[in-house]
Design a protein around this ligand. Structure first.
Ligand SMILES: [Zn+2]
Length: 321
C-alpha cells in the first residue's frame, strides 16, 4: 500500500508539473452522436422516431476527421452505442485514423433519469459493442448531458466496476439541465480511488464558474470567449483543459427539427462558422486525446488495473480543484 501511495504521489507530481509555457497540451473530446440524439432535439424528435431520421453522422464526422487530419490533431471520441450499432465502419475508421475511442452511453439516456441497474446494463452493452468493433479495451466514459450530478455518484462505482479508468461527465457550472457548480474544477478521484474524474474546463470569473470547454459555448459565442477562458485556465490551473464538441456542430446545413426559437438557436445556430473557429483553436492551442493529455496522471495501461486504486483523492482535490 505504501508503495502504491508513493507511486501515485509521484505520478500526481509529474502530472501537475507545468508543461512548457508556450504549448500546454489540452484534451480534445468529441461526443459522437447524431443531431437528433440531443436533449434539445428530444423536444421535436421522439426516441421512437430516431430510426426514420435522415442521419448526418457520416458526413459531419467525415468533415471533422478531415479537419483534425489537416491539423495533425488527435482526439478522444466518446461513441454513442446506438451509433456504433448502426455505423460500425465509422467507429473503425475513427480508430484507424489514430483517435482514442470511449463510450457515450448506449441510447443517450441521462444517468439521473435511469436506475443504477439500468445504467450498469446499458453501459456494459455499449462498452462491449464498441470494444468488439475496435478490438481493444476502452478506458473513458462521458455521460449524456454531463448527467452524473450530485446524488448520482453511484455511477462512478459502476464505471469502475465495468473497467473504465476515467470519466468526464462533470461540468462544474450552473446550467438549467446539468447544474453542478460546486464540483472540483480539476481532476479528482472517485469510486474509492478506482476512477479518475476529469471535469470539463471552466473559467473562474467574479466568483462563478463559466464553461471554457467548447461545445455550444464555442459555437454560439465569439471565438475570443473560449480563447480567454482557455488562457485563464492555462494561467491558473496546472492540468490539461478538457474541451468537447459534437460532429453535428460542424454541419453547415442541419436538418430542420420542429423546436422552439430558443431551442433552434441552441441546436442549429453557429454551425457554419464552427469549422473556422476550430481551425483557430487548433492553431492557438495544442490538443491530444485524453489518454495522452492526462498520461502522467492516468499512467500507462499497466498502471491502471482495477485493483490498483488512485490514492490521493483529497490531495488531488486540494491541488487541482
Ligand atoms: Zn451527447
Amino acid at each position: 500500500m505504501g508503495n502504491d501511495i508513493a507511486s501515485a504521489k509521484s505520478k500526481l507530481e509529474v502530472a501537475l508539473m507545468p508543461e512548457p509555457m508556450d504549448r500546454p497540451c489540452h484534451a480534445l473530446t468529441v461526443d459522437l452522436e447524431d443531431y437528433f440524439h440531443t436533449e434539445t432535439a428530444a423536444q421535436g424528435v421522439s426516441r421512437a422516431e430516431w430510426e426514420t431520421q435522415p442521419s448526418r453522422i457520416e458526413s459531419s464526422t467525415s468533415r471533422l476527421l478531415d479537419l483534425l487530419d489537416r491539423n495533425a490533431v488527435h482526439a478522444t471520441f466518446f461513441v454513442l452505442g446506438w451509433v456504433a450499432k448502426r455505423f460500425p465502419a465509422l467507429i473503425e475508421e475513427i480508430h484507424q485514423r489514430g483517435h482514442e475511442v470511449g463510450c457515450h452511453s448506449l441510447n443517450h439516456q441521462l444517468v439521473c433519469r435511469i436506475s443504477p441497474r439500468e445504467f450498469h446494463e446499458t453501459t456494459r452493452e455499449a462498452k462491449d459493442l464498441i470494444e468488439s468493433i475496435i478490438e481493444e479495451p476502452i478506458q473513458g466514459y462521458r455521460a449524456p448531458n454531463f448527467s452524473i450530478l450530485p446524488g448520482y455518484e453511484w455511477a462512478f462505482e459502476t464505471l469502475a466496476d465495468l473497467g473504465f479508468l476515467y470519466d468526464s461527465s462533470v461540468h462544474p457550472i450552473r446550467h438549467p439541465l446539468y447544474s453542478n457548480p460546486d464540483a472540483p474544477r480539476g481532476p479528482y478521484c472517485v469510486a474509492g480511488g478506482r476512477l479518475m474524474e476529469l471535469p470539463i474546463a471552466t473559467w473562474r470569473l467574479a466568483g462563478h464558474n463559466l464553461s471554457a470547454g467548447g461545445g455550444a459555448y464555442l459555437r454560439l459565442l465569439p471565438y475570443q470567449y473560449i480563447q480567454r477562458g482557455l488562457k485563464a485556465w492555462e494561467k491558473h490551473m496546472q492540468t490539461p483543459a478538457m474541451v468537447y464538441l459534437h460532429p453535428w456542430e460542424l454541419d453547415p446545413n442541419p436538418p430542420r427539427i420542429p423546436l422552439s426559437f430558443k431551442s433552434t438557436i441552441r441546436q442549429t445556430w453557429g454551425t457554419s462558422a464552427m469549422e473556422a473557429k476550430l481551425q483557430r483553436l487548433f492553431e492557438q492551442f495544442h490538443f491530444a486525446p485524453v489518454r495522452d493529455a492526462y498520461k502522467s496522471l492516468l499512467g500507462d495501461k499497466e498502471f491502471l488495473p482495477r485493483k490498483t486504486p488512485f490514492q490521493l483523492t483529497e490531495q488531488v482535490k486540494q491541488v487541482a480543484g
